[in-house]
Design a protein around this ligand. Structure first.
Ligand SMILES: NC(=O)c1ccc[n+]([C@@H]2O[C@H](COP(=O)([O-])OP(=O)(O)OC[C@H]3O[C@@H](n4cnc5c(N)ncnc54)[C@H](OP(=O)(O)O)[C@@H]3O)[C@@H](O)[C@H]2O)c1
Length: 210
């Protein structure tokens, strides 16, 4: 399978690409800065540039079976990063005939059908005040993706910690459906790869946690 990755040089992207290559998949990845090329295996097809640029995305998705977007802003000051990427990405996928997208976002992005427990409401309240732009951008990106005619899986994660391979994954179909408050990025990568391979949650937005 050919997997196109946005955010491959990030803390989730690096273990994702490593696991995808170990499973024998071909990987294409957007890389913004040449020095980050070394974070990825040599046989990854690198597309240099910014993932908000349509020509970059056209090259990225060429020949892909599925796109996995695990990008995120480096800090504040990019309040529409995810929606800008998803807007161009959906157009590029449409043009290239690539049907499937796996989009990572936070569990703070709430959707119809969610039934947040009191603890989820508190976390949501805090995030709404601490990172309103991040949340709004995530919501907008998810709405764009789910409103498209692509086959979209939104994967929602709680607080991420580096590493953490081999934990027991809990997969809840909705916020409040029996998930935890943390997840290791290695295990998140494992779930993302499984979804890229098996498309078990297309149309859904599972919350994945320990
Ligand atoms: N942190 C959490 O606890 C948490 C919880 C739930 C969900 N999430 C979500 O999970 C996602 C990934 O998180 P993470 O911690 O793995 O992110 P990260 O380490 O910050 O990595 C972000 C990746 O996105 C890339 N990127 C950013 N802007 C780009 C652009 N314009 N063009 C191309 N690539 C671009 C970065 O490239 P460079 O390497 O060049 O900077 C990097 O590869 C985020 O969307 C975040 O909202 C995070």
């Amino acid at each position: 399978m050919q997997i196109a990755v946005i955010g491959a040089t990030g803390r989730t992207g690096v273990p994702f690409v490593e696991q995808a290559r170990a499973a024998g998949h071909g990987v294409a990845a957007v890389v913004r800065s040449p020095e980050k090329r070394r974070l990825l295996p040599d046989d990854v097809r690198v597309v240099e540039g910014d993932a908000r640029d349509r020509p970059v995305l056209d090259r990225l998705v060429d020949g892909a079976d599925v796109v996995v977007d695990v990008s995120g802003p480096a800090g504040r000051g990019e309040p529409d990063l995810r929606q800008a990427i998803v807007t161009e990405l959906l157009a590029a996928m449409d043009e290239a005939g690539v049907a499937r997208l796996v989009l990572l976002t936070g569990a703070g992005v709430r959707l119809p059908g969610d039934d947040p427990a009191p603890v989820d409401r508190v976390v949501g309240w805090i995030m709404e005040r601490a990172t309103p732009e991040l949340l709004a951008d995530g919501r907008a990106a998810v709405a764009l993706a789910r409103g498209s005619d692509r086959e979209v899986t939104v994967v929602r994660a709680p607080r991420l910690v580096d590493g953490g391979r081999g934990g027991t994954l809990r997969v809840a179909e909705v916020v409040g459906g029996g998930h935890g408050a943390r997840l290791g990025r290695d295990d998140l990568a494992r779930f993302l790869l499984g979804e890229a391979q098996r498309a078990e949650h297309v149309g859904g937005a599972p919350v994945v946690s320990w």
